[in-house]
Design a protein around this ligand. Structure first.
Ligand SMILES: Nc1ncnc2c1ncn2[C@@H]1O[C@H](COP(=O)(O)OP(=O)(O)OP(=O)(O)O)[C@@H](O)[C@H]1O
Ligand SMILES: [Mg+2]
Length: 387
């Protein structure tokens, strides 16, 4: 990494000795930062401040420090990680909040980000606007294969390009199953991230998400009932929005339950896959689902793609009949292969890893290719002469 012309100054306003010692150790070990004595500066690039026994007065101090522009970036720490401390801290303008005892990696990541921002700024670079693409997956009925689709779409996209960052988010509150599908042990779910929503930077998100051997980052759904009341409305949509700045592709397993978070996510989605099977009740649901999505998104019809999963050529309802029933074209069929789909789930693997040459794996690969390498628009024009 290139070095900064002048190191960034750091001050620690920390009362707890052990916390101060840890932070001193970390800052001294970091390139690009210089620890300052309190008395010798009238402006400091980074201040780490400990919230003490009188948080209200600490917040007052913080506000005036930031207002008078004597502090560049402010990090806070406290032995208490309660909403009463966290929320005012965020509102006061803190960039990050460090838990105690100090987690060295957490602090280093936050400092490195400050250094990077400052270097970008020096080079006159705006942080590049990079917005990852969201692909939402909705089941038109329970058990039609939405989770299977989301998991295998994400891993197939990743397989085509290991350099891209692919995220998979399970929105199925209480009944999320993605960790089981991928045999992943996870400690963090989106509710935990919601509690730390001051820190929705890429480094934190990546460290909080579980990484599967395929390369994808997974954010599971919470399985408990109790804590949602602490979380701000719409935070899940905020998490997804923040993720767009770091991830190239974000696949959402939306399940079947439509709420405001999901509607907002659908609005930002590149494609909304409606997973169906060719049964009458399911096709009727596809129609209903399309109608509800249309009511909140004017562009819905351009984005919705109906997938006929578990497709058999000899099915009772033909594709053209299904199209008529739905009043829209089915975009793609995925072959029925129950034993393969089931064996993938039961082994905690993606379909390609069980059988890469299967028609099922090929269907997912083809779909992923159409996303990662969309056909060049001019191919039919100039290129046709070279064929
Ligand atoms: N292409 C396929 N061929 C055969 N079976 C499939 C296929 N895709 C998925 N399945 C099977 O369908 C069942 C349901 O799959 P999955 O759990 O992915 O559905 P879901 O829509 O997410 O269900 P839920 O409503 O419970 O979330 C599983 O047993 C899975 O193996
Ligand atoms: Mg599911």
């Amino acid at each position: 990494m290139s070095t900064h012309k002048k190191p960034l100054s750091v001050q620690l306003a920390i009362k707890t000795t052990a916390v101060k010692d840890s932070l001193v150790g970390i800052v001294k070990g970091l390139e690009g930062f210089l620890l300052q004595k309190e008395q010798d500066a009238d402006r400091v690039d980074v201040l780490v401040l400990e919230i003490g026994s009188n948080p209200a007065s600490d917040f007052e101090t913080i506000r005036s420090l930031l207002q008078e522009n004597v502090v560049g970036q402010l990090f806070l720490t406290s032995s208490k990680m309660t909403t009463e401390v966290l929320l005012p801290a965020l509102r006061a303008g803190a960039k990050e909040f460090f838990s105690q005892p100090i987690d060295h990696d957490e602090v280093k990541v936050a400092f490195r980000q400050v250094l990077k921002d400052s270097q970008d700024h020096d080079r006159g670079e705006e942080t590049p606007v990079h917005l990852g693409k969201i692909f939402s997956v909705l089941g038109a009925k329970g058990g039609v294969g939405a989770t299977t689709f989301a998991v295998n779409l994400a891993s197939s996209i990743q397989a085509l390009d290991q350099n891209k960052l692919v995220a998979l988010i399970d929105m199925n509150r209480l009944v999320g199953e993605i960790p089981l599908f991928l045999d992943l042990e996870t400690n963090t779910n989106w509710e935990d991230i919601g509690k730390n929503f001051s820190r929705l930077d890429g480094a934190y998100l990546k460290s909080a998400m579980a990484r599967h051997s395929s390369g994808i980052y997974v954010l599971p759904a919470p399985s408990g009932f109790d804590t949602e009341t602490h979380l701000p409305a719409g935070f899940l949509f905020q998490i997804v929005k923040s993720m767009r700045q770091f991830f190239d592709y974000i696949i959402i397993d939306g399940g079947m339950y439509l709420d405001d978070n999901l509607f907002n996510i659908l609005k930002e989605s590149e494609v909304i896959y409606l997973i169906a099977i060719l049964s009458l009740p399911c096709l009727i649901n596809v129609r209903k689902l399309q109608e509800s999505i249309r009511t909140t998104d004017d562009d819905a019809d351009k984005k919705m793609q109906i997938i006929a999963n578990r497709f058999e050529k000899k099915a009772q309802i033909s594709l053209s009949e299904a199209n008529k029933l739905i009043g829209a074209e089915i975009s793609m069929t995925i072959p029925n292969d129950y034993s393969l789909a089931m064996s993938a789930i039961n082994n905690g693997k993606v379909i390609t890893d069980i059988s890469g040459s299967s028609n099922l794996a090929k269907a997912y690969k083809k779909l992923a290719e159409s996303i990662v390498k969309p056909p060049v628009a001019t191919a039919g024009g100039v290129f046709k002469w070279f064929k």
